[in-house]
Design a protein around this ligand. Sequence first.
Ligand SMILES: Nc1ncnc2c1ncn2[C@@H]1O[C@H](COP(=O)(O)OP(=O)(O)OP(=O)(O)O)[C@@H](O)[C@H]1O
Ligand SMILES: [Mg+2]
Length: 236
Amino acid sequence: MPTDDPVPPTCQMQDVAFRYDPSSSDRFQLSDLAVQAGEAVLLTGPSGTGKSTLLGLLCGVLAAESGRIHVDGQAMSGQSGSQRDRLRAEKIGYIFQNSNLVPYLSPTENVLLGGQFSKARRDKAGANAQARRDHATALLERFGITDIDRAAATLSVGQQQRVAAARAQFGAPPLLVADEPTAALDHVNRDLFFETVLSTVRAEQTGLLVVSHDLSIAHLFDRQIELTSIAKWGAA
Ligand SMILES: Nc1ncnc2c1ncn2[C@@H]1O[C@H](COP(=O)(O)OP(=O)(O)OP(=O)(O)O)[C@@H](O)[C@H]1O
Ligand SMILES: [Mg+2]
């Protein structure tokens, strides 16, 4: 019987080592992490164990000393800083803890910035400026943001974070990453945020990796990984 080829994970990290200070023997060491397409993974762990470090490595903001890091089948590890920047812009939608919107731009203009550094994402979003604007508006509508002509700074914190999620999904990157995205939100806004992000992840078959201390959201995810079960700090 022929077997189906296994679908490659949306992202994968294997035997990764990293040091903030090259002269120190204190290394972050990660054995294995993979997120499949359409899979939502929650990464938890005590403060200071390396959750943000892991995301920095996955997104290519930090450079691993050794090991394999792949995003959508392409190597992040072993690349130059500018190659990592390009790969991140094309493949990863990143949702910051505090939205990081441009305050004087409208929600639509902020979402369009999601394609600022990637032609591939702009092309996927639409063939021309109007089509890309329509894509941005449709993403915002999905997140319940219909008041799209005012400055982002005048939106509520919950609305701003939903605009940030729409921006991360502009041009359908295969991987969404978020570090404590709902830390500043109340329960109602937190639930609204995750309901929409997760429904998009399922619909678009995106991989999702979220770091959070909030264990009450764990049931929304396919899998919860405790960082200390896959990574440690210490001398090599
Ligand atoms: N820029 C940096 N330079 C040197 N050390 C750093 C830097 N950023 C983080 N560290 C160290 O790396 C370790 C892991 O930090 P990291 O921010 O990844 O933890 P975290 O799990 O995200 O914590 P938290 O839950 O508090 O956000 C800590 O010991 C921290 O002091
Ligand atoms: Mg952190």
